[in-house]
Design a protein around this ligand. Structure first.
Ligand SMILES: C[S@@+](CC[C@H](N)C(=O)[O-])C[C@H]1O[C@@H](n2cnc3c(N)ncnc32)[C@H](O)[C@@H]1O
Length: 360
């Protein structure tokens, strides 16, 4: 996608900058894509939009976390990167009344609170300081902007600079902590044209969200890849009105890239941050997180996609049709090559893993 010329300064010529800066302005700046009234559902379909079964499964997970916490007086559910609060509302709607009565449901979102949202849901621009419960981030991290690098003709990875029309040029060689991240998480052979996305801002975003979970569970769900099997040309892409499109940082489309969830997991497991006060307590070390597919996670939460028995069609035709529709939706949520291949990064804090025993 680049024209191969090298810009002379880190920010390149006028109007050009790295993808991280460009996407941040295009998605979240004034008039940015995610501030528009139609919301994410106007442009693409997440698991939350695909079926209410998803919110039902997350509600069951919240109940397991509640049990593990010993049914606290106040149980937090944080919908991180909440879109229009669809998951928060869906979970609240199906919680058992006794749990709903103790639940404090928070939607964390850059865009404004949508009209008509359930008044019991608080609308925040960052997670509460101290969460006891479940923090759930569905397709949040892929929208945390990242820089893109590309290997030049001499085999050197350089920052990709982009103009508002989406045209690209190569900038300075990658250096410092970005180069360190690449070396550890996405090593690039010296082959011209290979590309990578530097996941460091996502590692930090995830680690800082997990830090807020005093006791409970943090889960990030996203399309992901792992070290050793990174896509050779990266995954940066756009979405507009239901179609995949070239990424153009002008606010007209979503700009997204798959997530190095393994790097995020490591960042939250053993955060690099120094003690907040000199000589103060060091950041806590959490148990290792687990990565599993959405298919395995939803199976562990009782979504199987099994078709109803044919006999039901004659004894209760309406129930049969409902069950058949549910099976179709479950199949979409767990489909190989689709939502079922999404990664679930499951990070317990002070409780046993409530999905333990579920396979990859
Ligand atoms: C792909 S949408 C997913 C929406 C919803 N979770 C779903 O699954 O349907 C990502 C959302 O994350 C929000 N977002 C991105 N960065 C954020 C941040 N730092 N704090 C809060 N929300 C954020 C965006 O505004 C956008 O609404």
């Amino acid at each position: 996608m680049t024209d191969g010329t090298t810009a002379g300064s880190p920010s390149g010529e006028r109007g050009r900058c790295g993808w991280r800066t460009a996407a941040a302005a295009a998605l979240y700046g004034p008039g940015g894509f995610y501030r528009r009234p139609e919301g994410p559902a106007g442009h693409f379909r997440t698991s939350v939009h695909a079926s209410a079964l998803f919110a039902g499964a997350v509600a069951r997970l919240l109940c397991r976390v509640d049990e593990a916490l010993g049914r606290p007086e106040a149980l937090d559910f944080v919908d991180m990167g909440a879109g229009r609060g669809e998951l928060a509302a869906g979970v609240l709607a199906v919680l058992p009344p006794e749990v709903a009565a103790r639940a404090r449901v928070h939607a964390v979102e850059i865009a404004g609170r949508p009209a008509g949202l359930d008044g019991r849901i608080s609308w925040l621009d960052e997670p509460p300081e101290a969460v006891t419960g479940l923090l759930f981030a569905n397709e949040w991290l892929d929208n945390v902007p990242v820089d893109v690098v590309e290997v030049d003709a001499s085999g050197v990875p350089r920052l990709v600079l982009v103009a508002p029309d989406g045209s690209e040029r190569l900038g300075e060689p990658v250096s410092g902590e970005d180069a360190d991240w690449l070396a550890r998480w996405w090593p690039l052979p010296a082959e011209e044209g290979l590309r990578a996305e530097i996941g460091l801002p996502r590692d930090r975003a995830w680690a800082s969200a997990v830090e807020r979970v005093v006791r409970g569970l943090a889960v990030a769900v996203d399309y992901a890849h792992a070290v050793g099997a990174r896509p050779p040309f990266g995954t940066l892409t756009g979405f507009r009105e239901g179609r995949e499109t070239a990424p153009v940082p002008d606010g007209s489309c979503d700009i997204t890239a798959h997530v190095a969830l393994d790097a995020c997991a490591a960042a939250a497991h053993a955060p690099a941050s120094p003690p907040a006060t000199p000589g103060g307590p060091a950041a806590r070390t959490l148990p290792a997180a687990r990565l599993l597919t959405q298919r395995a996670a939803l199976r562990a939460l009782d979504i199987t996609g099994a078709r109803p028995p044919l006999a039901l069609a004659s004894t209760d035709p309406a129930a049969y049709v409902r069950a058949l529709a549910g099976a179709g939706e479950a199949a979409e949520l767990t489909a190989p090559g689709g939502l079922g291949d999404f990664g679930w990064l499951v990070q317990p804090a002070g409780i046993p893993d409530p999905l333990a025993g579920s396979g990859a």
